[in-house]
Design a protein around this ligand. Structure first.
Ligand code: SF4
Length: 550
């Protein structure tokens, strides 16, 4: 059986052993080996909510305890944002408190990417009233605000929770948002709808102390779409829709994917999981991570390192023997998708005869006013349901055929294109230096500029192409799996001075042939040269590609 809360917080399954050096609880290692583990041991991250409501929101930013400010507040989706005006060259030099602004980034989790127009309106109103109009769609279907004052946090929670949204465990060493197919339950080609499993995992485990102290973040994806639309390859755990020859539709279980340091594609355990068993299997895998996951070094504390050391056979054995108490059913691998795009942008027929309409904001950037207008459009033309995607895009669901044209016109009037260029369609950018304390360079505005430049220079280009921009060596915009991944760093400008630029990674991909882009040795471009470089590269690709080559 999956671990109970009591066992979770205090009791290891195994006594001290040879893996002691990795700080695994299951090896009896409860003495914290770094500051993050100490903070979590001192007090559960979830407990900070009471202090925010009763102390910090009343007394202001300066009253916030340091370990809460830079640690536990993440358990409620709050990070301090970067003080304006500090250039990227100082990121690695300054102390964290010198980079901290008095305002917060706040992440709202949108599990499965599912939103109602009522929820979207509330998100838009909060953005306008408390977040200076900011609202970004993240690459994990969340909505992210900036400029949040600690004094306003309780009221924001009250409004979000009144419509069934929350920031619970949106960040921190926790089970983050559960991403799901944005067309679950409506797509004509769907194998199985994973929504009930997402809702049940959320109901049982999110905000529960059973899993509120994991070695690091834990990312989940569930999709029964044959398009493979939730980047399952790079999640800690993923349930991917398959048809079992005897048992019918269910899910193929993947574990151990992730980007950032030492990126890894997840591995299949060869197990088929029926819909109703997904929450128990999820809890078993999460408990393995909690108990056996490495806690000594933060950069080895993701599940992918344990999976790499154990291999899929041992991992499955431990899951079956110690956590589920029964064998899993063997099952087939997902079939490779044939679609050129996996993002659901455009107008598509649903299985009930209505349509869904996917559209592309620029690099995930919207704002409170636009979100409110999107909610109005969705209400006037659909049933009041929308979704966000893992490509920082949105979809209006349940649109009658005679409403499609008017909806498309309304969206395009807001610069939300339903038939975008390949550049606008797939470009992603992380938060970058505007708000992120780890950033070295600008990303969102530069991505938007790059879209304009490429649309003007290469109007004939019509291949799927992903160009992703990160503001630092982390992976928030998935540069490692982009066709062209741009990793922000300072580079040498023409005059020998350090300027903002990017290390280029080429040829990453998910889907048919997943793999990580190759870092082109020595190939760094300054920000100013970026459109020239990408144009040259794409023109050469057009001229020299072979039949079917990506
Ligand atoms: Fe910040 Fe780096 Fe993530 Fe961008 S990739 S949001 S700069 S941590």
């Amino acid at each position: 059986m999956a671990a109970t809360p009591e066992r979770a917080s205090a009791t290891p399954r195994r006594k001290a052993g040879r893996h002691r050096g990795e700080g695994q609880w299951a090896a009896g290692h409860f003495t914290p080996l770094n500051g993050n583990e100490q903070t979590k041991k001192d007090d559960d991250g979830l407990n900070v909510r009471t202090r925010i409501e009763t102390i910090y929101a009343q007394r202001g930013f300066d009253s916030i305890d340091g370990a809460d400010l830079r640690g536990r507040m993440r358990w409620w989706g709050l990070y301090t944002q970067r003080k304006p005006g500090i250039d990227g060259g100082k990121t690695a030099i300054l102390e964290p408190e010198e980079l901290d602004d008095e305002y917060f980034m706040m992440r709202v989790r949108v599990d499965g990417g599912r939103l109602t127009t009522e929820q979207l309106r509330v998100i838009g109103e909060i953005s306008q009233e408390f977040a200076r109009g900011t609202a970004d769609i993240t690459d994990r279907q969340n909505i992210q605000y900036h400029w949040i004052r600690i004094e306003d946090v309780p009221e924001i929670w009250r409004r979000l929770e009144a419509v069934g949204l929350s920031t619970t465990e949106a960040c921190g060493d926790t089970p983050r948002v559960i991403i799901g197919s944005p067309v679950a339950g409506i797509a004509e080609d769907e194998i199985i709808d994973g929504t009930p499993a997402i809702e049940e995992i959320h109901r049982r485990y999110i905000g529960s102390k059973e899993f509120s102290n994991l070695p690091r973040k834990f990312k989940t994806a569930v999709s029964g779409s044959p398009v493979l639309d939730v980047v399952h390859e790079i999640n800690d755990i993923a349930f991917v829709g398959v048809r079992h020859p005897e048992h019918g539709p269910g899910f193929d279980l993947w574990v151990g994917g992730g980007l950032s340091t030492n990126p890894k594609i997840g591995v299949r355990l060869g197990a088929w999981v029926p819909l109703e068993e997904v929450p128990d299997v999820w809890a078993g895998v999460t408990a393995i991570f909690r108990d056996y996951g490495y806690r000594r070094l933060r950069n080895r504390a993701r599940l992918k390192f344990l999976v790499a050391d154990w291999g899929p056979a041992k991992f499955r054995q431990v899951l079956e023997d110690e956590y589920l108490g029964r064998p899993l059913i063997d099952g087939p691998a997902p079939e490779q998708p044939v679609q050129r795009w996996r993002d659901h942008v455009g107008v598509h027929r649903q299985r009930d005869g209505r349509y869904y309409v996917g559209f592309a904001p620029r690099v995930g950037r919207v704002d409170g006013t636009t979100l409110t207008k999107i909610a109005e459009l969705a209400e006037a033309h659909g049933s009041g349901r929308l979704t966000t995607t893992v490509e920082q895009k949105m979809i209006v669901l349940d649109v009658a055929e005679d409403q499609v044209e008017s909806l498309v016109a309304g969206l395009e009037a807001l610069d939300l294109q339903v038939k975008p260029s390949p550049f606008r369609r797939s470009m992603m950018a992380c938060t970058g230096i505007e708000f992120c304390k780890l950033a070295i360079v600008e990303t969102k505005a530069r991505g938007s500029w790059l879209i304009d430049e490429l649309e003007r220079r290469l109007p004939e280009f019509d291949e799927p192409i992903s160009i992703n921009l990160n503001g630092c060596p982390n992976a928030c915009a998935r540069i490692q799996v982009a066709d062209i991944g741009l990793k922000g760093q300072l580079v040498m400008g023409a005059d020998g001075e350090q300027v903002e630029g990017y290390q280029v990674h080429l040829g990453g991909a998910l889907g048919l042939e997943p793999g990580f882009g190759r870092k082109v040795r020595g190939l760094k471009v300054t920000a100013a040269e970026l459109p020239d470089y990408v144009e040259r590269l794409l023109r050469r690709f057009l001229a020299e590609r072979e039949e079917g080559e990506r």
